[in-house]
Design a protein around this ligand. Structure first.
Ligand SMILES: C[S@@+](CC[C@H](N)C(=O)[O-])C[C@H]1O[C@@H](n2cnc3c(N)ncnc32)[C@H](O)[C@@H]1O
Length: 249
């Protein structure tokens, strides 16, 4: 949130706007934030998008691609680079979709892009995609919702299709990021205990070991790749990995 507020003056949301957003539901909150979303730190950074596109390229080319919780379309840029046919973004915020659709009209020579308003927990597609990606949205799902979410993504992939997303190494216990994320999640839990509608956004609930088990439970085969261009930590482990879950043929 603080980094979102440090966007160039006049472009990012004001403190008041962020507070109003945080007191709304997730869907309404993103509708409100949409016009300024691309100037916040919530949009996935170009370095992560580039790194994921680079890691996906040797696995492709893919035909059709889906960006789950696409927002204003950060992940659609990745799909444009690795998919040859139609690409689709799905999100439940009409405001985010409208901003993404408007901006994409100004980009020349891009393949047809479909912007679909739907809840990722009930995807309105058959098994038509070769690749699904998702960026920056898993914190909006409670752990108990994830098996259903992964089953939904599995159901919209063709046999052999891939579901890929980056996952950041957890902050070291006792480090500054560790305490910041703990403080954020605790504040969210307090907010959700006393205020309706709930705003589900937790940073510390998306753990690789659990996610891997849940993907396997949904029928995927799961592989991991280090995203080397995003660097390594002092102990040599990657800062960020790409999860590549494959629907078996
Ligand atoms: C932090 S934004 C990320 C947007 C984009 N993927 C990016 O990386 O810039 C999270 C997005 O998830 C969407 N979202 C959250 N829960 C959702 C759900 N259940 N179904 C569809 N979209 C959802 C929000 O509307 C929002 O656009």
């Amino acid at each position: 949130m603080l980094s979102a507020m440090s966007a160039p003056q006049g472009q990012g949301p004001s403190f008041r706007e962020l507070v109003v957003q945080a007191l709304s539901s997730v869907e309404r909150g993103y509708d409100l934030l949409a016009p300024k979303f691309d100037h916040t730190a919530y949009r996935t950074s170009a370095s992560v998008l580039d790194s994921v596109a680079g890691a996906l390229r040797p696995l492709g080319p893919f035909r059709s691609g889906l960006d789950v919780c696409c927002g204003t379309g950060a992940g659609l840029g990745v799909l444009r680079r690795v998919c040859r046919e139609r690409i689709t973004g799905v999100d439940f915020s009409a405001g985010m979709l409208a901003v993404g659709r408007d901006r994409s009209r100004t980009v020349p020579d891009i393949p047809p892009t479909h912007w679909v308003r739907a809840d990722a927990r009930a995807l309105p597609f058959g098994p038509v995609f070769d690749l699904a990606v998702s960026f920056g949205a898993f914190g909006h799902f409670l752990p108990r919702e994830r098996p259903g979410l992964f089953a939904q993504v599995h159901s919209v992939l063709r046999p052999g299709g891939r579901f890929a997303f980056p996952i950041v190494a957890p902050a070291r216990p006792g480090s500054r990021p560790y305490w910041s994320l703990l403080a954020f999640d605790t504040a969210m839990r307090v907010r959700n205990a006393v205020w309706r509608p709930r705003f589900v956004m937790y940073y510390r609930t998306f753990r690789l070991a659990d996610v891997r088990e849940e993907l396997i439970g949904a029928g995927f085969e799961v592989g991991l790749r280090a995203l080397e261009d995003l660097g390594r930590r002092a102990d040599g482990s990657p800062r960020c990995r790409l999860v590549v879950a494959t629907r078996p043929v």
